[in-house]
Design a protein around this ligand. Structure first.
Ligand SMILES: C[S@@+](CC[C@H](N)C(=O)[O-])C[C@H]1O[C@@H](n2cnc3c(N)ncnc32)[C@H](O)[C@@H]1O
Length: 275
């Protein structure tokens, strides 16, 4: 990546890739991803995403940062013709294996998201879908937004559902602001084993770099890239145990308990590309 910082961002991204490569097998076998029920037919998408994206039958859909493919293959089960893209070979291999085992038609491509346009042969899609823990790994949102916009066919849809950055500001259990809302260029270095799927899992590649991206930065970059805003929602639930006091439902959605303030925990954006 051309960063002009002596390769520090490249080094950060290499740490992230090593961490993600190692976590694929952990996630495939985790209770969090519950691959057995997925194989038995469970659709991994959240109902608000399905409602906000709408009918995908017969549409081409590109899923950026697809991990091992559960969400990508869930769109395929709903009738989309899907391509998933991720920079982790381990993730792409696991996604291909899962598609083959379930006899689902899907293509998986290994590439950094910034290089997605070239990696996908400049194809354009009816729907470009991403999020759910994707943007915090990316140092350069304008460059990401440019790639996303180029992948959307004229008149077609871009959709993002993502963790709300305010939850990174109030990272501690007492909900006071401990981190910046506005990101630093170099990101935040994190150390720790496991992942949201299992914080106690023993792992070796435990250094990562993450970036908090204000909602205004994300929307602004997508508008600058030529997309038009159709929908912006904030949601009072999230998809993992962000704080230990969150209450998980049978739907694997985590919510604030009644004695805590209702905060935006996720947000979603739908945009369209002008014809
Ligand atoms: C939290 S996971 C996404 C989760 C996904 N929504 C799911 O639950 O299955 C983040 C994914 O982003 C990928 N990733 C991180 N940085 C990337 C980059 N620069 N280019 C492409 N993929 C990247 C990782 O390999 C990982 O699979």
């Amino acid at each position: 990546m051309e960063t002009g910082d002596g390769g520090k961002l490249d080094e950060a991204v290499a740490y992230n890739k090593a961490a993600w490569d190692e976590r694929v097998a952990l996630h495939v076998d985790s209770a969090y991803y519950d691959n057995e029920s997925f194989k038995a037919g469970r659709n991994a998408l959240r109902s608000f995403e399905r409602d906000e994206v709408g009918d995908v039958t017969g549409k081409t859909l590109c899923h950026l940062q697809c991990h091992f493919g559960q969400d990508t293959l869930s769109w395929a089960r709903l009738g989309a013709s899907v391509v998933g893209l991720d920079f982790s070979e381990a993730a792409v291999d696991a996604a291909r294996d899962l598609a083959a085992e379930l006899d689902l038609e899907a293509e998986f491509v290994c590439s950094n998201v910034y290089d997605a346009v070239g990696a996908l042969g400049s194809r354009q899609f009816d729907i470009v879908y991403t999020g759910i823990g994707a943007l915090c790994w990316l140092p350069d949102i304008p460059r990401w937004a440019q790639a996303c916009a180029e992948l959307v066919a004229p008149g077609a849809t871009f959709y993002l559902a993502e963790m709300h950055p305010i939850t990174e500001v109030m990272a501690d259990e007492d909900l006071v602001a401990v981190n910046d809302y506005f990101p630093s260029r170099e990101g935040t270095r994190m150390e720790g084993p496991g992942s949201y799927a299992d914080w106690a899992a023993p792992t070796e590649n435990n250094t990562t770099y993450e970036w908090t991206h204000p909602v205004s930065e994300v929307i602004g970059a997508l508008l600058d890239a030529g997309l038009q805003l159709e929908l912006f929602h904030e949601h009072d639930f999230t998809l993992f145990e962000r704080w230990r006091f969150l209450v998980v439902g049978e739907d694997f959605i985590w919510r604030m308990p009644a004695d805590r303030p209702r905060l935006p925990l996720l947000y979603s954006i739908r945009m369209t590309k002008p014809v």
